[in-house]
Design a protein around this ligand. Structure first.
Ligand code: URA
Length: 216
């Protein structure tokens, strides 16, 4: 895992398996089926890293040999929240890793003219004592990510209890995000070069939602 000094809250997950899978996702001729499968697999691998600091409690269990106090993660205390719709593809991998986690949804689309996020659905689990992992494959302008964190804040979730996971990020988006929510740690598989005039990440991988669901 590497860290950019300009972005102290950004963690780049540069594990070779993650990077290899991301390369295949970026290819223009990768099929919807493969894209979907790779996104799930990368999310699972990223989930392994971002859950490294989760607190564990101890439970007395019995092995075939003896009793012991063994560590467990309180799965009920986690929430995975995809930003719809592309976030759903990443949520799948995380839920496979943490099957007891609660699942929230934040529905947001990007206005094609203003590029600003428009919220259309918010459904969240009980927030008390819970860590929230917010997921969206593309951290582009940063506007949707900031708006989604604002939504979580409005529902009582503090920034320190949120982690944001994006497959690919643009420097412009990371900057916007960091200024708005400096206490939220951001995890990504790739920090790309820039945004283009249509606010797509360059080199990026195109429209993540369309590639995931086979739409256009
Ligand atoms: N959303 C996407 O799906 N792709 C981008 O490059 C930017 C935003």
């Amino acid at each position: 895992m590497s860290n950019q000094t300009e972005f102290p809250n950004l963690h780049i997950l540069d594990h070779p398996l993650i990077q290899h899978k991301l390369t295949h996702m970026r290819k223009v001729d990768t099929s919807t089926k493969t894209f979907r499968q790779l996104l799930r697999e990368i999310a699972l691998l990223m989930g392994y890293e971002i859950t490294r600091e989760l607190p564990v409690s101890f439970e007395e269990i019995e092995t075939p040999i003896c009793k012991m106090n063994a560590p467990i993660i309180q799965g009920r205390k986690l929430a995975v929240v995809p930003i719809l719709r592309a976030g759903l593809g990443m949520a799948d991998g995380l839920i496979e890793l943490m099957p007891s986690a609660r699942i929230g949804h934040i529905g947001m689309y990007r206005d094609p003219k203003t590029h600003l996020p428009v919220e259309y659905l918010v459904k969240l689990p009980e927030v008390e004592g819970r860590t929230f992992i917010l997921v969206d494959p593309m951290l582009a302008t940063g506007n949707s990510a900031v708006a989604a964190i604002d939504v979580l804040n409005k529902h009582g979730v503090q920034d320190k209890d949120i982690r944001f996971m994006a497959l690919v990020a643009a420097p412009e988006g990371v900057r916007v995000f960091q200024e708005a929510h400096p206490d939220v740690q951001v995890y990504t598989a790739g920090l790309d070069e820039k945004l283009n005039e249509k606010a797509y990440i360059v080199p990026g991988l195109g429209d993540a939602g369309d590639r995931l669901f086979g739409t256009r």
